[in-house]
Design a protein around this ligand. Structure first.
Ligand SMILES: Cc1cc2nc3c(=O)[nH]c(=O)nc-3n(C[C@H](O)[C@H](O)[C@H](O)COP(=O)(O)OP(=O)(O)OC[C@H]3O[C@@H](n4cnc5c(N)ncnc54)[C@H](O)[C@@H]3O)c2cc1C
Length: 411
């Protein structure tokens, strides 16, 4: 029986990060993956969705680009190429990851693994001894009663990646990051999109003003949404909503109502990392938990940024307006204040900051490049930089980043 210092079950961001960092310190590591290296993030999550989003946005921008002097004859898109590009992207990133894992000295076993007792892992016919066992087996789409996935009419976020052609009309159940991103992808391509959300607002985990702005943007884009609403019944693929007598006949329903940890292993690991913990289900959270475990470099869980992709991007960090009392100062800069936004034809959105006693407690962005802007705030908050420190910083012009400076200067 082969012996290792660490046995890791699950080759997603949590598992491969922990594996590589431990191996680089000289520990012997065996990593078990029953499917493909990269896990949900690379194969069914972050990467394929952003590839779809990119194609759909480019198409949408070109559809409306005549006004900025760019127009095409015989302009069209080919969905099979969009899918091909998504597959190639995933493959390329995975190949690079496989090489990095191999070069780090981690032994990868492509089999489903089971913990037999505290130190023995079985995979296929083999058994492996590991002094410590790390569980990093991820999460799976949550299935609601009455909305059980069938891969045809009721799709999970995994199933929808196998689309071969675009639907005419879809119903998306749930307006978290996954629901919002798919609404954007499909609507950019011309699909009629309906979203139902049981809570009072779209993207209910966000700052209230962010949610309201997304609702405004979606209305402008003719994405239909029904708040405080759930499905009453489905009859012959007709979906009856529980209020206002709405009946929708979608080509399919995407059920995007969250994800739950995969905990099928009846075991007692030394540590659980990533989505399997049931804490914050984001790839960077998984990566930083793994880094903390392997290198002992801690991170502040409260400063885990959230990003929802699409045009404009949405990003946030820290306290939301609805969490604050009047002792906090809330200040907002519309993106229309930025010359770069006018150049790019991307004037929708705002940069909003929540401060108290000269420190930043929350940031909420709806803006092009929000996924990059959030990190300036993150570093400031992580290091307790004051508003005055930021005022001393020279931001380049014209950029979206200078919006941070303009906003802070006004405080
Ligand atoms: C549609 C979608 C979009 C997303 N977009 C983003 C985004 O933009 N940004 C972001 O930060 N996060 C995003 N996420 C979330 C992100 O994918 C997860 O948070 C991340 O993948 C968690 O990493 P992990 O290593 O914990 O688990 P996973 O990535 O799920 O990896 C777990 C791995 O363990 C393997 N496994 C499970 N059981 C066993 C076993 N018994 N033996 C062997 N192998 C096993 C699985 O096959 C899997 O490969 C998205 C998720 C989805 C579904």
């Amino acid at each position: 029986m082969e012996k290792f210092d660490y046995g890791i079950i699950g080759g997603g961001p949590a598992g491969y990060t922990a594996g590589m960092l431990l191996a680089k310190q000289g520990f012997s590591v065996v990593l078990f993956e029953k499917d493909k290296l990269g896990g949900t993030c690379l194969n069914r999550g972050c990467i394929p969705t952003k590839s779809f989003l990119h194609s759909s946005e480019l198409y949408n921008q070109f559809l409306n680009s005549a006004e900025i002097g760019v127009s095409f004859e015989n302009f069209k898109f080919d969905f099979s190429k969009v899918v091909e590009k998504k597959d190639k992207t995933v493959e390329k990133v995975r190949k690079a990851l496989e090489l990095a894992v191999k070069n780090s000295g981690v032994k990868t076993v492509y089999k489903e693994a089971f913990i037999k007792d505290n130190n023995i892992i079985s995979a296929g016919e083999e058994e492996y001894k590991a002094d410590k066992i790390i569980l990093a087996c991820g999460a799976k789409p949550r299935e609601l009663k009455g909305l059980e996935f069938d891969g045809k009419f009721i799709l999970s976020s995994d199933d929808i990646l196998n689309l071969k052609e675009l639907p005419e009309r879809v119903l998306i159940a749930g307006s978290g990051a996954i629901g919002i991103e798919w609404a954007r992808i499909l609507s950019n391509f011309g699909t009629e999109v309906h979203i139902i959300e049981t809570k009072e607002h779209l993207l209910p985990i966000a700052d209230i003003e962010v949610s309201k702005r997304i609702e405004r943007i979606f209305k402008q884009k003719n994405i239909k949404f029904y708040l405080n609403t759930s499905i009453e019944k489905i009859e012959n693929q007709k979906v009856h909503l529980n209020n206002n007598d709405v009946i929708i006949e979608p080509d399919f329903i995407l059920s995007a109502v969250g994800r739950e940890p995969v905990c099928s292993l009846n075991c007692n690991p030394d540590i659980i990392l990533g989505d399997a913990c049931g804490e914050i289900q984001l790839a960077h959270y998984a990566i930083h938990q793994a880094k903390e475990f392997a290198l002992g470099i801690p991170f502040d869980r409260k400063l885990t940024p959230s990003v929802v992709y699409g045009e404009p991007e949405i990003a946030w960090l820290g306290l939301r307006e609805q969490d604050c009392d009047e002792s906090y100062t809330i200040k907002k800069l519309p993106v229309t204040a930025l010359g770069k936004a006018w150049c790019d034809n991307s004037t929708e959105g705002f940069i909003k900051v929540i401060t108290k006693n000269g420190l930043i407690y929350g940031v909420h962005l709806v803006s092009k490049e929000a996924s990059a802007l959030i990190h300036t705030f993150l570093i400031a908050m992580q290091n307790n930089l004051t508003i005055n420190d930021i005022k001393k910083t020279c931001f380049a012009h014209p950029t979206y980043s200078e919006g941070i400076f303009e906003l802070i200067l006004g405080l």
